[in-house]
Design a protein around this ligand. Structure first.
Ligand SMILES: [Zn+2]
Length: 551
């Protein structure tokens, strides 16, 4: 108890120290960059191929956290973006998946879906989105509150959830890309009733259309020694081309009536995102006055490409070499428009990705594919036989089993009994590694390991009643391409680089977590931490001298 009080006391002192040290030279702009499906090892694997002005500049002149992890399961895009910006995990922010089974309305919901708002910029339903399912604030929200709403927040990403969740509840705007037959940046009536003129102008220009061209490798493909062969059995590819190999004529491939969709799944999707982000910096005058603005920027194409071709593909390598140039362009633009030293950047990911299991199997590493439909049937059979009651299982979603509480009540079956019998049964099945029950996850705290990660991802209100974990490198997916979602290293180990105003030069191999990002940014800005924060500011990187105070 004494120790706890001491810790609380020093914590308070440290935080106050930061608030007081809030200098005149605060960043005028914070740019959060999330690269969808970026594994940490892309930085090291492709290091020699990067130019001097992109990733290398961020790392050489910033602070590189080499052992940074997601501290929860499931590692998906929605939870990832929410956790980066809210400083907490699904346990508190409530984004427990990209979609999940909503047991209160008895149907599945999408993390950013919102039928109460309208699309803006398209007739399509693709704009009916908002952050209403995220229960806590993001640091962008806290910055808005702190600056009496004078500091702006703009969100940009091809994926709606990659734009909406980071920008938070108080954003001036979040924009995402509607491919299909339109190729336009859109938003929702949650933010505004009409697109601003600069977005209309961007959409009316031929900027997007210009990327409907051939995607070939940036450099001679023979020099791409850091990835697997271009033709192999582990890649998906685009419809309309027999082999998943360069070059790809994007005007010919893909759906004729949805011709812009393929751009999202090519390296050019990141170019389009960069073009739009630079236009946003100019038109919204980000970083031009005393109140700090926030630009949340996510690069989604890397995820589509990883899913399609696998994390070891030439396509992924090329996407990162091109993204390196996007980052360089962004830095140059920020130096010109906001000024060197006037902005702070962090770059991280929303999750990693697994090597294609079929490839791992081919080199004798344990891996596999799990048939989730068969599994669900087995569960239903087991509960019918064991309890003489059908329909006890209402849904299986994101490796969580949701019970039907009405049937349980009528049959007088207790949740605890169903949980423990089901958990015991599931653990005996092939490809199942671990099982956790609601009683276990609500009854105490796991400190480390898989239990802690499951618990951090378990929202008492929204999550299911039994959670199962598959064997390492075992996925529910096609036999080509990569996916993610687990608590294993390939999914949790993500880059984290800070750069610019308020950031020391350096690096560490000490473990840090995704939830530390938001309180760190808040410390730099001297603003309140997001209201559900569970992470800790990364003090080793901050410029302020606080060693004596915190012991
Ligand atoms: Zn993904």
């Amino acid at each position: 108890m004494k120790r706890l009080a001491f810790l609380l006391f020093t914590g308070l002192l440290t935080f106050q120290a930061f608030s007081q040290e809030k200098s005149q030279e605060q960043p005028k702009l914070v740019v959060g960059i999330v690269v969808d499906q970026m594994r940490y090892d892309y930085l090291t694997r492709f290091w020699d191929r990067f130019g001097e002005d992109g990733f290398k500049k961020l790392i050489n002149e910033g602070y590189n956290f080499k052992n940074n992890h997601f501290n929860y399961v499931p590692t998906y895009t929605g939870p990832g973006h929410a956790s980066v910006y809210t400083g907490t995990s699904p346990m508190n922010h409530g984004i427990i998946g990209n979609g999940w089974y909503d047991k209160f309305i008895h149907e599945s919901v999408y993390c950013a879906g919102d039928d109460s708002v309208e699309s803006v910029g398209t007739q399509d339903d693709a704009g009916k989105m908002s952050p209403h399912r995220m229960k806590t604030t993001s640091f962008a929200d806290e910055n808005r509150l702190h600056t009496q709403m004078r500091g702006k927040t703009i969100g940009v990403a091809l994926k709606d959830r990659g734009s909406i969740l980071p920008a938070g509840h108080t954003a001036n705007a979040a924009y995402w890309f509607h491919g299909a037959d339109e190729g336009k940046w859109i938003t929702s009536s949650f933010y505004m009733d009409e697109l601003p003129q600069w977005v209309k102008d961007f959409n009316d220009s031929d900027k997007v259309e210009a990327y409907l061209k051939t995607w070939n490798t940036l450099y001679d493909i023979e020099t791409y020694k850091e990835s697997g062969s271009d033709v192999n059995e582990f890649e998906g590819g685009y419809r309309g081309k027999e082999t998943a190999s360069f070059p790809y004529d994007l005007t010919e491939l893909g759906d004729t009536d949805r011709k812009f969709e393929i751009l999202k799944a090519s390296a050019y999707g990141n170019d389009i995102t960069t073009d739009f982000a630079l236009a946003a910096i100019d038109a919204e005058e980000l970083g031009q006055d005393e109140d700090t603005d926030v630009l949340t920027l996510s690069y989604s194409s890397t995820d589509y490409i990883g899913h399609n071709f696998g994390v070891n593909s030439k396509e992924v390598q090329d996407a990162y070499l091109r993204l390196d140039q996007n980052i360089a362009d962004l830095l140059t633009h920020l130096d010109e428009k906001v000024g060197e030293g006037n902005y702070t950047i962090f770059l991280t990911a929303d999750h990693g990705g697994v090597d294609v299991p079929a490839y791992l199997e081919s080199v004798n590493i344990p891996a596999g594919y799990f048939e989730s439909d068969e599994f669900t049937e087995e569960l239903k059979e087991f509960t019918s036989e064991e309890f003489d009651e059908d329909e006890l299982i209402e849904s299986v979603y994101n490796s969580q089993i949701f019970f039907n509480y009405e049937v349980m009540e009528e049959a007088e079956i207790s949740s605890s009994e169903l949980q423990s019998k089901l958990a015991h049964y599931i653990l005996q099945l092939d490809q199942i590694d671990k099982v956790f029950t609601r009683d276990q996850l609500s009854g105490g705290s796991f400190v480390t390991g898989a239990g802690a990660a499951i618990q951090n991802g378990f929202n008492q209100k929204r999550s299911g009643d039994v959670v199962y974990v598959l064997d390492p490198a075992t996925i529910v997916y096609s036999r080509t391409g990569s996916t993610h979602g687990s608590g294993l290293m390939y999914d949790t180990h993500a880059p984290l680089i800070f750069y610019g105003n308020g950031v020391k030069k350096g690096s560490t191999t000490q473990r840090t977590e995704i939830v530390d990002i938001a309180p760190t940014v808040s410390s730099i800005l001297g603003i309140s931490f997001p209201n559900g924060t569970t992470g800790t500011p990364l003090f080793m990187m901050l410029d302020a001298e606080e060693t004596e105070i915190s012991e």
